[in-house]
Ligand binder design. Sequence first.
Ligand code: PBG
Length: 326
Amino acid sequence: MSLDLPRRPRRLRRTAGLRSLVAETHLDASQLVYPLFVCPGQGVRRPIGAMPGVHQLSVDEVVREATEAASDGVHAVLLFGLPASKDEHGSQASAPDGPVQQAVRALKRELPDTTVITDVCLCEYTSHGHCGVIVDGDVDNDATVPLLVKSALSHADAGADIVAPSDMMDGRVGAIREALDEAGHTSVVVMSYAVKYASAFYGPFREAADSTPAFGDRRSHQMDPRNAHEALHEAALDIDEGADIVMVKPALPYLDVIWRVKQEYGLPTAAYHVSGEYAMVKAAGAQGWIDEDRAMMESLTAIRRAGADIIITYWAREAARRLRRH
Ligand code: PBG
């Protein structure tokens, strides 16, 4: 039936109240994860040039930052480690007294209700900055997996709630799940960076985590931005190997992929709004070229609309504060 009357979709946009009543997407602080970079020392709070507002923090400062985040309404953090020393095999990645392991223990002691997630990768720990062991000039998959397992176990032993392998080695989710179960960590969650693209948008992070590869790049293991079917295949493998949560990364350039992964598997799906995405808006905002606050809320809302249940973002605290004001 078609009425012979003008159609007026604007009717529902007239007031803030009407717009809220018909809003299809909801953003809440409970969906946000706040990434933190843990470094050695005490009282260290070192700003990262390309990521205004983000710092490398010593364990005591991590606890302080997470406490403030919790009071803003953000109750989940993702930890990255900057070890005191690096070597070819990234051995500090599984050191029981490494920065991440110490931070996990301190956070679980001081803030038991904050969910502590750890990034599991070797790139911050290897002298060459690659995500695994180098054999014949390339990252060797099968030599790397056992080291990732060891690192994940050390995080679980310290009390991590979720381990998040970000290396993109084949078979690492299954190996980590099996080792966790064998060690009695059956309730530690695995959030896999299932769909991680070889992206230019990680640039600022590599300054923050001191993990720029000394040679080459990560295209032999991270995904080709031209592929989306392959993303479903990657997610299927990780789910089959026991991933509880799957992640797509970066976020805004890959909204179609977030959508497909969520639609296809229906598993809790995370999206990582990465350093370069954040830095671009910060830079334009600082120039007065864009309204940072609005661009932030629009970006995060778009990621939710695409189907992400969880958003990992350096804006977590700012967004949570902004949501409170409403
Ligand atoms: C690897 C890792 C990276 C990021 C998260 N985990 C960098 C990379 O793959 O080079 C990037 C996150 C960001 O850019 O914010 N440990």
